[in-house]
Design a protein around this ligand. Sequence first.
Ligand code: C2O
Ligand code: CU
Ligand code: CU
Length: 559
Amino acid sequence: MLKRRQLLVGAVAVAGAGGAAWLYVRSRASQALPGGPFRHYPFDPVAAENFQQKLFVPVASGPFGVLDVTAPLKIRATAASFPLLPGPASQAPSPFLLYQTEHAGQAYQNPILRIESGARFTASLDNALTEPTIIHWHGLHTPAKMDGHPSDTVPPGARYDYDFTVRNRGGTYWYHTHAHELTAKQAYNGLASFFLVDDEDQRKLAKALDLKLGVTDLPLVIQDKQFDAQGKLVYRPNAHESMMGWLGDIVLANLTPNAVHAVTPRTVRLRLLNGSNARIYRLAFVRNDTALPFTVIGTDGGLIERPETVTEAFLAPGERLDVLFDAAQAQPGDTVFLKSLAFDPMENEGAASASGGMTGMTGMSSRDHQGMGQMMAGMSTSRLPLGAAFNVLKLSVTAGDRVVTTLPTVLSEIKSIRTEGAFERKIDLSMTHMRFLINGFTFRMEEIAFEVKRGAVEIWRISNPAVGMPHPMHIHGFSFQVLERLNSPPQWSAMARFGKGRAVSDLGWKDTVLVWPGETVRIAIDFAHDFPGSQTHVFHCHNLEHEDAGMMINFRVQA
Ligand code: C2O
Ligand code: CU
Ligand code: CU
């Protein structure tokens, strides 16, 4: 069977020379391929010379302003516009959805909320959209009623009130719409931002490394989007894209396409969030075709125990990776690119069509190479296939005082969940026709897939069949620890040097974990909580098209 994605990556992005496969290769095919809506050549993220837009860096108010939560918030979800593409490609800002609020006399749009661990968070959401919506606080341990479950989606004109204690440790969390069956479209069109939790560990680290939020400590959300010829955001998945996930071909860092950011010779912290609907990134800092070391200090649920130095890491939709990049390892005048390296997307649709789902796309195996352009036009409208290599952010190293700081050897304490005697639950991902399922379920609002005892520790054994695609699996309400990966693909195993098949992004507290085709990932979850009554939460794929198509289940933690 034809493996479309592998074929494309082979032709488009990979040098093919073994270990050099990640090398930056200027894509000839990206210009030759016909079809698709890619009419913004100046923003082609493969071309390094396009990286000229100043990275948007959050300030104290306005769009993505840092809002230190000290009082109840009134948040309004509303349709607005936002200048996404600069220059002649976009004379007018793109329509965009925003969370608006005011706090201490300042106006904010999609504020980066910052709050102390243990503090009370009170907010109301007013739905000023023309369609239903709800906010979910991704990664937070809250009562189910405060979590933004799809059943709490409110109609236009309605309000939803949130009031909970922030029980999570310090870390980089986020919030986004969880509107029933509208999450993908609404999040893509803007309804998402950061929720930063501060604590003693975070302050110690910031002090030791002389980090300042918005200056040397940058929240950085990475997203891929498509735009029309007028520079307006496009979200129009066809049947194929609804099934596999919507991919963009312009890559935004903090909503800046082809962003450049100046750094002085010192350590900077980047709080990376994959806020894309479906794209997985294989991130590396590259100077002249060489991947430079960087240090991972945190994952989804805050700091890991010890800093870990690596040269690359995968980041799937929903995941966060808190990294330190030492710009002093480059010279003033040097350019370092945060890139996504080429990888095998492992989307096996040849087999998918054999199983009955992909009618209309099966005829192309005979057309092979010349048919590639048509394949792309007929299948994914993105000019940037999953697994292609491209740039995300250009760092230009400038002259400046060399700031030398000492990274603490211990960042935090992660207590391992005790799994002796824990019930091991099978979570089987599968595929039927045009949908992906969890334990045979497609999401139904009132259906509870299984119950869990309050206070129980469970091991979930998540298995993805060899035929299909990678799925970033995400749990609401609780965090987990990755125990073990089995039967991982070589591209994962190559970076799995943390025992039990785990790579750096598996360390610490997690709420989202990428499961590759053929792989089994075992995670431990402690269902202890002190909320009154039973708690119904969702567990779903964070490929947002999959989530909306029902790759999601309810589970109930008993009272
Ligand atoms: Cu970030 Cu249910 O999702
Ligand atoms: Cu979530
Ligand atoms: Cu999925």
